[in-house]
Design a protein around this ligand. Structure first.
Ligand SMILES: [Zn+2]
Length: 122
């Protein structure tokens, strides 16, 4: 749990640094008015979101892409793969329409696969 929290803090720091560098660095004076508002942090968040929303596809794409880079895509591949194997015959690969009865599309496929498994064990 602690390690996870540390990771999250690291990630927040990195993203915060990037946002500062991309939007505020060298332009601080443009945001001086925000300092006089009651919730300057919320105000800055809203301004940057509005900016990203109003900007070209490129900026939004870049930010979305950075978030998606943190996704464990391998886990998603595995989930899709599990789903595939659950719904296809263990021998011939035909799609199964009745998922409750068997991992094979026919008795013959089940027998063939068992024979193969028995052979490969020898
Ligand atoms: Zn089959």
């Amino acid at each position: 749990m602690e390690a996870h929290k540390d990771m999250r803090q690291t990630s927040t720091r990195l993203i915060t640094d990037k946002i500062y560098k991309d939007f505020f660095d060298g332009q601080e004076s443009e945001y001086w008015d925000v300092l006089k508002m009651s919730d300057p942090d919320i105000q800055l968040n809203i301004e940057i979101l509005d900016f990203i929303d109003s900007q070209s596809y490129g900026v939004a794409y870049e930010y979305a892409s950075e978030f998606l880079d943190q996704v464990d895509w391998y886990e998603i591949v595995q989930n899709i793969q599990d789903h595939y194997f659950d719904s296809h015959c263990g021998n011939c690969g035909n799609e199964l329409y009745d998922l409750t009865s068997s991992d094979y599309c026919s008795n013959k496929c089940e027998e063939d696969d068992l024979i193969l498994m028995t052979r490969s064990r020898v």
